[in-house]
Ligand binder design. Sequence first.
Ligand code: F6P
Length: 542
Amino acid sequence: MRFDKNPFFSDLTAQHKRLAPQRITQLFEDDKTRFDNFSVQAPHIFLDYSKNLVDKHAFDALINAAKACGLEASIQQLFSGEKLNTTEQRPALHTALRDSSEQTIFVNGENIKPEISIALDMMGTLVERLHKGEHKGCTGKPLKQLVSIGIGGSYLGPKTVVEALQAYHLDGLECYFVSNIDGSDLARTLPKLIPDQCIFLVQSKSFGTLETLENARSARRWLKTQLPPNANLSHHFLAVTSNVPAACEFGIPEDKILPMWDWVGGRYSLWSAIGFPIVFLLGMANFQALLRGAEAIDKHFRNTELQENLPVIMALIGIWHRNFFNYDSQAVIPYSENLFYLPSHLQQLDMESNGKRVDRNGEAVNYHTGAIIWGNSGTNGQHAYHQLFHQGSCTVPIDFIAFKTSDFEFGEHHTHLLANCFAQSQALMEGRSLDQVTAQLNDQGLSDQEARKLAPHKVIPGNKPSNTLLLETLNPASVGALIASYEHKVFVQACLWDINPFDQWGVELGKVLETAVFRAMQNKDEAQKLDASTRGLLGKLT
Ligand code: F6P
């Protein structure tokens, strides 16, 4: 059902009209138990959504809209392998990758659980052989440096998890990621490598991505210059792909190719063999803990009534902001330097899934869909872009993410980190009025005239919405739960917007045009076929 045809769309419009002139602080005055009524505990994650301009009437309307679009049935279809990726006629079974139950799941008549288990065993065996030095380089030395070559979902997920779990890295191992075709990415990595002790992992579901193939070829050319003549380079390459023939053609032995499947989208694939860097650097036990954390959220998402369902609530608050307050972006700010890459992963997860303009019937939608997702770590953002949050001309809803405890204790650092996180959401909600600011300036000894002149520049309007996700500590299970929560948030929003979150046709045109521009850079005659601007830019290269 198109969102504008949802029977509760008009009710939500009316609820917004009623609430928009109000202040969040007033809602706390009206309901002394608001914090309890607008927060929810899920496995590993406590969500405080009380600092949003939403009350019971509006929230109930959001829940009704979710029910009206058949969300509960859609959730079950997601887990059971319905072909929800309608344009590619595929299911989206990233949840199957972390399903430890005996439940069978069929794709085209075949139970996929055995092959998932085989792939997991293959990852474990390969990593164990690397760790034990049984899988050696061409000169007989152990391979202790893994270089993952991949981009998009073949990079961001594992990179985010590896960076998040610094405290869990096994000793004596190094893991590097090369993603961009910009030579500086490879150039900064190669000098760190000991040629006969490194192994390149080419991660590409299609094994056809330009950046990844060019980087893999350049890495192989470099390795050839570093190793003895006639060295067997195949010792130093692995692949993760669903395109085995292409990986074999590149020269990677079939028994060194880990599988990927069409029923797992790239941006949802860190739970598959794409997560190999996680297993290599953290060990299989921690990778399993990551899967279990995600599985705990899956069970919560699948079995919890909508009004107590954390990913559903995150999604509905997002829709409230996107479609009724017309906020164009959503910031995600983890108060954790180790989660620095999380917003980048969520950018692909959310914007490549819900950056869509037609509904599942191919009809252009007349309402907003996916928002612009951005952010990076707090407290750093406070010294960079929080000024706009507090006094800018636009409103940016924020997901703050914080952890009760840290693995990195230095004095009061973690206490200050938490205090800053909570203070930011409080400041965004409360602000400071003209009267409050003026009185403060008078108290500081400014004359009435001086205070009147400066005060308008110091007013903080407040009434800015935010969620706070509070977790126990940053560990494999909580990271798994966090990322799975956002996967399901994206899915719920797609259900209400009636869009397909699992394809990404929009990225194809750029790839096709790159080929034409690249060709025109080699042959001036080809340039004549291009637009004047591109021709002009090419002209500037000479
Ligand atoms: O171009 C977009 C995209 O296909 C993403 O969806 C994907 O994660 C990325 O490129 C990398 O694709 P592959 O894993 O096939 O190299």
